[in-house]
Design a protein around this ligand. Sequence first.
Ligand SMILES: Cc1ncc(COP(=O)(O)O)c(C=O)c1O
Length: 392
Amino acid sequence: MGLGDLSGLAYPWDTLAPYAVTARAHPRGIVDLSVGTPVDPTPEVVRDALAGASDAPGYPTTQGTPALREAVSAWFARRRGVPSLSPDAVLPTVGSKELVGLLPSLLRLGAGDVVVHPEVAYPTYDVGARLAGASTLATDDVEAWAGRADVRLVWVNSPSNPTGAVASREHLARVVAAAREIGAVVASDECYAELAWEEPYASAGVPSILDPQVCGGSHDGLLAVYSLSKQSNLAGYRSSFVAGDADLVADLLATRKHLGMIVPAPVQAATAAALGDDAHVAAQRAVYARRRAVLRGGLEAAGLVVDRSEAGLYLWVRAEGGTSGAPDARGVGDAVDPAAAPCWDLVAGLAGLGILVGPGTFYGPAGAGHVRLALTAPDERVGEAAARLAGA
Ligand SMILES: Cc1ncc(COP(=O)(O)O)c(C=O)c1O
């Protein structure tokens, strides 16, 4: 078995470089809303926990400390409507990108197997499947894969990167039922769950795949993937975990022990502290809510349209009157030339205002009409972007 077809796999963000040059040349400087890396300080409570655990001469356990796994279980009960997650069904990971990229391999998928991921999606779902030698199906339509025995893994991502769409309990329950019929694993990437802006999710929370109303009270075949990178400004710590089906988690643990993918002991302590403190998450949420309102105001004043974006760290934006720009995306999306997609006109126009954004084609052909703007710039820069947009 080979390493899968990864030929031609350029890192897409590199193609933004010329637009960054244009944006940097703006007399009042660049506003970089492209990658979405957190810019606010790591909370004191988390830094203290990291420092307090800095004497770490021995190897940490791959499984994670009981304190960390109990903190994950308590967080799911308190914040996500998941009352009965055993700490034994929790596994820390080195950032969730690691888990997303390696899950198909860790599940021993390969040639002939199919990994389903959202139609407009974080690219690592696709790369991870191809690395394992599996093929992918990009769709949000359960009927497109229901009953197919070759589908072995189904990714869902709610709230979505890049669209900010939230999946309802009903949709998630349909995914779970269809996956269970064919024995496929459902992996639910939920890393923006604490950043919900619109109702009902702002008040009631974003549904987890492990919610009893979604999964019928059984975690069989289900994995929730979570990261503290965004909600707690911990992207630099690589603080994440996976939780759900106890047998699947035990199997992942056994393999990862061999591979040496261990979360450092100070990061384990910091993660437990972060999960135990809801106050800093609420404060960060308020910061993003403010930035989101300012940026959205500027975009709408400029005649641009914000679609979905009911949760998460991004605004999903198109030109007024613009369509997805990818009429063929559902069937023959690969035939669309990503370099000629309408989103690049928006990228170029915004770069002229000194605002750097991500083109929707980075997330698949169906993103061709949109650009993604991250809320991760300091208040002053977001205000600057909104003022430039309003004056444009
Ligand atoms: C949908 C999604 N999943 C996973 C990740 C990876 O996050 P991390 O590796 O920082 O935990 C990201 C990061 O942007 C993301 O947007």
